[in-house]
Design a protein around this ligand. Structure first.
Ligand SMILES: NC(=O)c1ccc[n+]([C@@H]2O[C@H](COP(=O)([O-])OP(=O)(O)OC[C@H]3O[C@@H](n4cnc5c(N)ncnc54)[C@H](O)[C@@H]3O)[C@@H](O)[C@H]2O)c1
Length: 295
């Protein structure tokens, strides 16, 4: 399949491009910024997907079978709330609309676990743990809200055009690139060792994480099954364990204000996010853990 990967020059995009090529697809990187010349063996094209005309133009140019939409303001508070909301919501709409009008069969879009609403300084409690896709969303910042809208957009297109396009969304946990296991700074500027040594750092995202290569494999698995599963599915995509040396039954109580009775089931290395749906519907399970990758 020819697959446009929006945001392909980014942290997640690089691994998604590699996994798709490995799975026998023909990935094309479309991004505001092209990857450095000669560094990636894929075709790439510079485009501002926020511009509806440019979005249509690039989809028309490549006529892909599928689009994996990763391009976004990728974290909370990186830009103004207005820019974050407008960029992320308009861009996913542009991609879905252009894909539907121009005959693209599949759109997969990156959402975020932050839609659940943890980290709200005004208070947040889970209804239950571990968190799964049935848990209510309670966004409190523009980024989380934009990702709720992105999921709703995907589901609206899936509902309206069930025979024309397969659309799904996925919520990757805190993505760790391969070089970060060797000590390179993570997206929050600290290192993986810092996050293990100082649990308050990883507590902000409830100790979730995901190796970028596992994220790439997830996208390849979802692409392969996109037309066989119910329309408009949403998936949590996380590592099989927590980014922590102690059980979350203790750490969530101490560092995230979770009631002890609610965290009690998270013994051993159990994570706070449940990716069982991905395993059930797609046969995907993360292969890499900090326990096997950290050097
Ligand atoms: N990295 C994580 O831990 C994580 C976790 C959850 C969700 N996500 C989501 O995954 C996706 C990828 O995240 P990432 O970490 O790779 O981010 P990143 O910033 O490394 O990559 C995002 C890419 O999108 C591109 N982009 C931004 N605006 C664009 C536009 N108008 N037109 C074209 N391209 C544009 C950027 O140039 C960049 O290369 C995002 O949607 C993000 O919200 C990431």
């Amino acid at each position: 399949m020819r697959v446009l990967v929006t945001g392909g020059s980014g942290r997640l995009g690089r691994s998604v491009l590699a996994a798709l090529a490995e799975a026998g697809h023909e990935p094309v990187c479309v991004d505001l910024v092209r990857p450095p010349a000669g560094q990636v063996p894929y075709e790439s094209f510079a485009v501002d997907l926020l511009d509806t005309g440019e979005c249509y133009s690039v989809v028309g140019r490549y006529r892909p079978d599928a689009i994996v939409h990763l391009a976004a303001v990728p974290v909370p508070f990186l830009r103004t709330d207005v820019a974050t909301f407008r960029t992320n919501t308009q861009m996913v709409f542009n991609v879905c609309q252009a894909a539907t009008d121009l005959g693209v069969g599949t759109v997969l879009a990156a959402s975020s676990p932050t839609v659940i609403g943890y980290g709200n300084p005004a208070g947040w409690q889970a209804d239950y743990l571990p968190l799964d896709e049935a848990h209510p969303t309670r966004p409190w910042h523009a980024y989380g809200l934009s990702k709720v809208v992105a999921e709703e957009t995907i589901q609206a297109f899936a509902r309206r055009w069930p025979d024309r396009i397969a659309c799904h969304a996925f919520r990757p946990c805190f993505v760790v690139s391969p070089e970060e296991w060797d000590g390179a700074p993570t997206q929050t500027g600290d290192t993986i060792l810092d996050r293990l040594d100082r649990p308050e750092l990883a507590a902000v995202s409830l100790f979730n994480y995901l190796d970028a290569r596992d994220a790439g494999d997830f996208v390849a698995a979802l692409l392969g099954r996109a037309k066989d599963i119910p329309p408009g599915e949403v998936f949590f995509v996380g590592a099989p364990d927590a980014m922590a040396r102690e059980p979350l039954a203790e750490l969530l109580v101490e560092h995230a204000g979770v009631p002890a009775a609610q965290a009690a089931g998270l013994t051993g290395s159990s994570p706070a996010f449940d990716s069982a749906k991905a395993e059930r519907l797609l046969g995907w399970r993360a292969k890499r853990s900090w326990r096997t990758e950290l050097r």
